[in-house]
Design a protein around this ligand. Sequence first.
Ligand code: ZN
Ligand code: ZN
Length: 375
Amino acid sequence: MKRLMGMIVLVAMVALVGAHRAGAADTRQEVHFPSLPGSVTIVCDLHMHTVFSDGNVWPTVRVDEAWREGIDAIALTDHIEYQPHKADLPTQHNRPADIAADTARVHDVLLVRGAEITRSTPPGHFNAIFLEDVDPLETDDFYDVFAAAAEQGAFVFWNHPGWQGRERGQWGEQQTNLFARKQLHGIEVCNGNSYYEDAHGWAVERKMTLIGTSDIHDPSIHTDWTAEDHRTLTLVFAEERTLDSVREALFAGRTAVWQQNKLLGYEGLLAEYFPRCIQVFPVHYRHDQHAWFKIANLCPLDLKLERTGEVGPKTLDLPALATSLIHVTVTADQLAAGLNYRVTNFITAPKQSLEVTLTVEDHTPKTPAKNAESK
Ligand SMILES: [Zn+2]
Ligand SMILES: [Zn+2]
């Protein structure tokens, strides 16, 4: 009997997994971002929709897509106040995360229960994530919604600030109040292919967490990502690959936003991160003042560097996940002092990018002085 029950459970489990995507190869493209010392890089999309608001896919599909595209963590954030499918699908704010939970467990995708607080602009839209229960957030008074989210320990960010134009997307009284109450923690500086420069400035000024999301509504048909063409995502530098750890890192502001071929993040974090993104090899050949060495780019961005110092090539273009051969015309002493560059696509604040010094070791024999005489 016991054995029979075991068989039934096994058959049921196989049916559950098999029904999930019969026949499809469950393979995943990886998104290769290096990690910081003592942390793991969690690739997150924290803003997406399903048929439970104005999206066009069933909740489990969002998990399948995340798996295939190499995304580690997703938040389902259907609109609370905007329910255009209500006639066909009654309003049930918690169903998206409930429905997707099993698929997420099977695929080891971290699933976050969220909701989009959807008010007219200004003040606009906000995502509350890491909710236990979305229902208490359906309330008329604007501030009551955020109080309900705070009660559940939610992480809250302001969505797509400039989507109704620059004027309507200004930091306003509501943002000031929410921020003062510690009920607003981050800003979506990138939403899809939109970058909100004003909002980036407001975030940096207040040390708020930088967020980038897809805000995807339709099925994701994108699988072959390039440095330029991929989902807009948030990299979360978490202590470990768990929901608690992701949440902790979000509150601590340990994020970077990957949009198009650029990475946005706080200067301190990007300064620590950049050396993890490249490997500079020692000079392998020197001839007089000509030296050759290699730089491996270990991240999925094409790194763009511009010289800020006196020596080295004027620009360095380092393609994603590839190794480039570099030729410099410098003396060994000049090289030992380091090569100074600006990484133009590591953005630390509006119109500002990261400055770095490349250290290149040179163990090649010193060229003897030409006029040395020997007796
Ligand atoms: Zn929105
Ligand atoms: Zn949205």
